[in-house]
Ligand binder design. Structure first.
Ligand code: KG4
Ligand code: ZN
Length: 348
């Protein structure tokens, strides 16, 4: 079966053609709008919508050409959660195609797609792999949820304010490191020596000691703001200022990693998880991948962890195609007239 998938939940226009079963990516394009949104330090929804409208027909053409004009069997489209105007652009585009080509269409939950993309580099989940703890860390979401069985979801905890990626984007802006903040902060942090270097900057680890699975990252952002304002008022030599900036970047990254790891391990232990699945843009972070994998191996017995390849952590339509395929297998195709965008779509 060949699936054409469309994903426009935020600022990336993503279209992919995937052959299933077999996870054969025939074509995959992610058209980033970073240059357009850079000056706002975040995504400007009206601008993002306009760009999606402009990009979609062009990218569709390119994707089909690259996939050697295959016969499409199914259309999958992200319907939520995400930015409402952006979602509708992709949804309307997919609906028109489904009507024109007389094809079945499936709606896809963006969060589930970030998790399902893990099926890409592993054997399919089977009964004995449950319970599964899922950690989703993106620009819009930070959530821990439990899958007790196929399709049986329970939210364990989520952020009470900013998502992890949002915190990285906002603190990077405060430090003048650019957008998107995650890769910018990681790059600045990596410039510090890794051996024989003692960090002098200390930032809080919000909610790390609370015995629940919730997160809060706005306090970290405020701490960064105040600390950086204080530093900026000092007349420091350029080198010293740069050293502190890199220390701040390293601490922001580590603070987020520490909290994510603590809560994920707690959830996995409490629910005797057999599998941990991670997903979302922040999961592309090298340090998070390394530290979380290491701690899981040392602290959890009989629990496997999976993190998608970096390029499939950030938004893409391959994940939409996979999630769409699983829905199709469950018989969940819909009439194109019925497909609606839902900015606040929940996983259960
Ligand atoms: O999943 P995603 O592409 O979009 C949403 O669904 O929100 O996630 C985007 C987020 C941004 O906040 C971005 O700064 C962060 O993922 N991100 C990273 C990295 N690459 C992207 N954060 C940390 N390290 C990275 N390498
Ligand atoms: Zn996403």
């Amino acid at each position: 079966m060949i699936i054409l998938a469309i994903e426009t939940s935020c600022d990336d226009t993503c279209v992919a053609v995937v052959k299933m079963p077999g996870f054969d990516i025939l074509s995959n394009i992610v058209s980033s709008q970073v240059e357009i949104h850079k000056k706002w330090g975040g995504v400007y929804p009206a601008l993002a919508k306009r760009e999606h409208q402009k990009n979609l027909p062009v990218i569709l053409e390119k994707v089909l050409k690259k996939a050697k004009k295959p016969k499409i069997d199914l259309i999958a489209v992200t319907v939520g959660p995400g930015l409402e105007p952006c979602l509708w652009t992709g949804v309307n585009f997919a609906k028109k195609l489904a009507k024109k080509w007389n094809l079945p269409i499936v709606s896809v939950n963006h969060i589930k797609a970030h998790i399902f993309v893990n099926e890409f580099n592993k054997k399919p989940l089977i009964k004995k792999d449950f319970p599964v703890v899922c950690l989703i860390v993106s620009g819009g979401h930070t959530q821990l949820f439990l899958m007790e069985d196929f399709g049986k979801y329970k939210i364990l905890g989520e952020t009470r304010d900013d998502a992890a990626g949002e915190c990285l984007d906002k603190t990077a802006r405060i430090l003048g490191l650019g957008y998107p903040g995650g890769p910018a902060i990681a790059a600045a942090a990596a410039k510090l020596p890794t051996t024989n270097y003692k960090l002098q900057t200390k930032l809080p680890r919000p909610m790390i000691r609370q015995k629940n699975y919730d997160f809060s990252f706005s306090g970290l952002k405020t701490a960064v703001l105040y600390t950086w304002e204080k530093i900026s008022r000092k007349d420091l030599p350029r080198d010293e200022r740069q050293r502190i900036l890199r220390e701040m970047a390293k601490e922001i990254q580590q603070s987020i990693i520490d909290v994510l790891i603590k809560k994920t391990i707690k959830a996995a232990k409490d629910y005797r998880a057999k599998t941990i699945l991670v997903g979302g843009g922040v999961a592309a972070n090298k340090q998070l991948r390394k530290q979380l994998t290491k701690i899981c191996k040392s602290k959890l017995k009989n629990c496997k962890i999976f993190i998608p390849p970096k390029e499939l952590c950030t938004d893409n339509a391959v994940m939409t195609a996979l999630a769409g395929y699983f829905r199709w297998k469950q018989g969940k195709t819909e009439k194109h007239q019925k497909i609606q965008a839902d900015a606040n779509l929940k996983i259960c």
